[in-house]
Design a binder for this molecule. Structure first.
Ligand code: PRX
Length: 653
């Protein structure tokens, strides 16, 4: 978050109470009810979560709600048998919702597909049988590299149905990133597609997968889904024996596939996310706790009502898509809108056109999208009838009050509460958020902890402060269960900060006199670009692979639309310290190939030296000061103080 944002948030005094009309219809509409529930969730979590869990279907009840005996490896609902797919699909078909829309999908060119819960059940069972036919069973990892087409949700649910562990890879990642994730998770199968539409172009996903899995010995088969099930195929190579068209196999399997009765603590999925060091980590989530928590947060944070049409704009490749496009809303039996393409294709009003067309009532998006819409101009929003909207949400990064106000007035017509939801891949679900029927909101604040979440702000020693590091005291049901293959990294990253007494999310925050939390941003070397987490260390290791590069340091800087952008300082070998545009292009290309286009830096500065301490540590803090034009902090520990002056001159030239 930029310094200006922190300052504007610090001065923010506006407060918006939910209207009495909204509160009167809300699931929780009275402050006293919220407080009673919250108190109980903290004082007696076993009773609280046990009661909520009963709203889902269990094949066998749990014996213990929370087992803390191997802390920080917490277990929830131990002894219980459950299936997440059953709770998302079968349960609703059995309970009279067979003919209600489950997924309302719109492709970028304007084509649409709607699946009722009964149709979704049929599709998911078929998909699950295809997986089985390809030798996939309980505990096997399946990598999914699909565009935002219904089969992405279907593939995820089909894995959940048979107990296979899905590892979704966002379709913007490069071949190299696919390789890292497939190898780390030892995926036996990769599911991809022949193409997807993005800003009028076809993305050839299968080609990227072919490139990525060349050296992945674990992969036995590739399942290729056609973007147009009944229409034109996009050209792609098919390797005999390894590659299969999904529609061909699907036509040969039965449409019946019973759900696997899974242990509550069986792995549901891996999702890779960036940390401050090393390679991305495979975050582990298990079935029972994740199901219960995403079910309840979706229900209360989005105040879901029977006639809602719910749209979360996130890609299923990220955690928001997992928890609040697939699992949370489907467990609640709601109507979910899913959109394939770009927000500004063919014109900057595409989102509002979709809201109007499908009568979306609950809309959940990211601050970066809101800022882009602000820039494109009010006329694109004003063209559309958005009166179906009743609730708005944001996620992924701090929202600056100006963007919050624009969202509130222009999109919400001043009548829709906004839920600013703070959470992470690791938390599985929303931890801080207003409850829209009761919590007065303040622009830029994620307000208060959700049920069962005991949050605090601490200093490095563990003393409570008004501003400092965000910390969570108690485990909640969807807390990550580990980092795949690296229990030590799990303990070191999240649990070693305050003697294992608190979960450490890596965010800085402050709390105001009303007990509201204001997230300031990451305190580690993770940068949040358009709501996507990128570890600066990942980029640095890409650059040093270039033969001309000796060293590099990457930092995050404020960016008007993306929230944060990346700036790379690159030290060249030998005397060629000037660098060139050609070299800059080569380095950008390497980032695209090794991570993905979205990780390209805004600026690459070639430099003859980097500011270092006498012990050789790069002082990133000073690089940030240079890039943001601030007065330089303490420079007395620098080995060569003249370096910063040279860099300053170079940065502004
Ligand atoms: O810094 C916080 C920021 O996004 C990080 C988590 O990123 P990721 O695991 O990719 O998940 C993003 C979607 C849940 C957090 O550590 N973040 C997320 N939501 C907010 C936020 N920062 C401020 N306000 C939010 N509402």
């Amino acid at each position: 978050m930029s310094v200006e944002n922190i300052e504007s948030v610090m001065q923010e005094t506006r407060k918006f109470a939910p209207s009495s009309e909204f509160a009167s219809k809300a699931r929780i509409g009275r402050w006293e009810d919220y407080e009673t529930m919250y108190r109980r969730s903290i004082d007696d979590p076993g009773a609280f979560w046990g009661e909520i869990a009963q709203e889902l279907h269990w094949f066998q009840p749990w014996k213990q709600v929370l087992d803390e005996s191997e802390k920080p490896f917490f277990k929830w609902f131990t002894g219980g048998k459950i299936n997440a797919c059953y709770n998302c699909v079968d349960r609703h078909v059995a309970n009279g919702k067979a003919d209600q829309e489950a997924i309302i999908w719109e492709g970028e060119p304007g084509d649409t597909r709607t699946l009722t819960y009964a149709q979704l059940l049929d599709e998911v069972q078929r998909f699950a049988n295809v997986l089985k036919q390809l030798g996939i069973g309980k505990g096997d990892t399946v990598a999914i590299y699909l565009p935002m087409i219904p089969e992405l949700a279907i593939a995820v649910l089909a894995c959940a149905r048979i107990g296979a562990v899905h590892s979704v890879i966002f379709a913007g990642f490069s071949a190299e990133s696919i390789k890292d994730r497939v190898q780390d998770g030892q995926s036996k199968l990769v599911i991809t597609g022949d193409g997807a539409w993005r800003r009028g172009n076809v993305l050839k996903l299968k080609d990227v997968v072919d490139q990525g899995i060349k050296d992945c010995a674990s992969v036995e088969n590739v399942l290729n889904v056609a973007r147009n099930p009944d229409g034109e195929r996009f050209e792609c190579a098919m390797q005999d024996g390894r590659d299969h068209w999904y529609h061909e196999l699907a036509s040969q399997v039965s449409a019946e596939c019973p759900c696997e009765e899974l242990d509550s603590e069986d792995l549901l999925f891996l999702l890779y996310t960036s940390g401050s060091t090393g390679k991305p980590k495979g975050i582990m989530h298990t079935v029972g706790g994740y199901s219960v928590y995403t079910y309840l947060t979706t229900r209360y944070v989005f105040d879901l009502q029977e006639d809602d049409v719910y749209w979360c704009t996130a890609d299923v490749g990220w955690i928001t898509g997992h928890s609040y496009l697939v699992y949370g809303p489907l467990q609640n039996g709601t109507r979910v809108v899913m959109y394939e393409g770009a927000p500004n294709h063919p014109q900057p009003d595409r989102f509002w056109e979709i809201v109007e067309k499908h009568k979306v009532s609950v809309f959940y998006t990211a601050p970066t999208a809101i800022r882009a819409f602000m820039k494109w101009g009010d006329e694109w929003v004003e063209k559309h009838d958005l009166s179906s909207l009743r609730l708005l949400g944001t996620v992924g990064e701090p929202i600056n009050p100006e963007a919050w106000m624009w969202y509130h007035e222009k999109v919400g017509g001043g009548r829709c509460p906004i839920v600013d939801t703070w959470w992470q891949t690791e938390t599985g679900g929303i931890l801080l958020s207003p409850l829209p029927g009761v919590t007065p909101t303040k622009p830029g604040s994620a307000t208060r902890p959700f049920f069962g979440v005991d949050a605090a702000i601490l200093d490095a020693e563990g003393n409570e402060q008004k501003a400092g590091l965000l910390a969570i005291r108690k485990p909640w049901p969807s807390i990550l269960r580990g980092i795949w293959g690296d229990p030590e990294r799990f303990k070191n990253t999240y649990w070693n900060h305050w003697n294992g007494q608190y979960y450490f999310p890596g965010d800085g925050a402050r709390v105001d006199d009303d007990g509201y939390f204001w997230i300031v941003g990451r305190v580690d070397d993770v940068v949040n670009v358009s709501g996507h987490r990128i570890g600066t260390a990942e980029l640095e290791s890409v650059f040093v692979e270039h033969p001309n590069v000796a060293e590099s340091a990457v930092i995050g800087v404020p960016h008007d639309i993306k929230g944060q952008g990346l700036v790379a300082f690159v030290l060249l070998r030998g005397t060629d310290a000037e660098g060139s545009d050609a070299l800059r292009q080569e380095l950008n290309k390497m980032v695209e190939e090794k991570i993905g286009k979205f990780a390209r830096p805004e600026k690459i500065i070639f430099s003859a030296d980097l500011p270092k301490t006498r012990s050789g540590k790069i002082m990133r803090r000073l690089l940030r000061d240079i890039a943001t034009g601030q007065a330089l902090g303490n420079v007395t520990t620098l080995a060569d103080p003249s370096v910063v002056d040279k860099l300053k001159a170079q940065y502004s030239s």
